[in-house]
Write a protein that binds this ligand. Structure first.
Ligand SMILES: Cc1cc2nc3c(=O)[nH]c(=O)nc-3n(C[C@H](O)[C@H](O)[C@H](O)COP(=O)(O)O)c2cc1C
Length: 137
């Protein structure tokens, strides 16, 4: 079973209601059951998510996510086999907001202190998610 990492970004669908608490509960439940790990950043407009796990599991979760009406304009930016996970301890880490060190992390990767996934490469987005994951407890 190959280990795969998938990264996409999307935008919130303003005509659908969204409870991040409920969404994260479902992510954690389903992802742990499938040994999928990763990180989800949400800035009020863009979602940026990385999923890691078995190829079939990541693919199945991604197809479910892609059909979800709570977001739009889903752009798949990377999906590749990897030797190891970057987020092995997060069934779905969640990052939102800009407290503490986060502003510095945003400015490291983006031209301004707002996350715009359109503005940077897939490698930078992955590095960004890795950096913000170190802020989570
Ligand atoms: C931005 C976003 C990210 C999501 N991430 C995940 C995820 O990592 N894992 C997951 O199972 N569902 C995720 N979902 C929810 C799925 O689209 C879907 O609602 C859910 O998997 C259905 O699970 P259930 O059949 O157990 O209720 C996400 C939805 C959105 C909008």
């Amino acid at each position: 079973m190959n280990l795969t990492r998938l990264i996409y970004y999307s935008q919130r669908n303003p005509s659908m209601s969204l409870s991040m608490g409920e969404l994260l509960e479902i992510c954690k439940r389903n992802n742990s059951a499938m040994n999928v790990t990763g990180m989800l950043h949400f800035n009020g407009n863009y979602f940026l998510q990385v999923l890691e796990g078995g190829r079939a599991e990541v693919s199945s979760i991604y197809h479910r996510i892609a059909a979800d009406q709570r977001h739009l304009n889903i752009i798949l930016i990377s999906c590749q086999d990897v030797r190891e996970r970057i987020f092995p301890t997060w069934s779905m880490g969640h990052h939102e907001g800009m407290e503490g060190e986060t502003r510095g992390i945003f400015l490291r990767y983006f031209p301004s202190n707002t996350v715009n996934p359109e503005a940077v490469s897939a490698d930078s987005l992955l590095d960004f998610l890795q950096d913000v994951s170190t802020e989570l407890v």
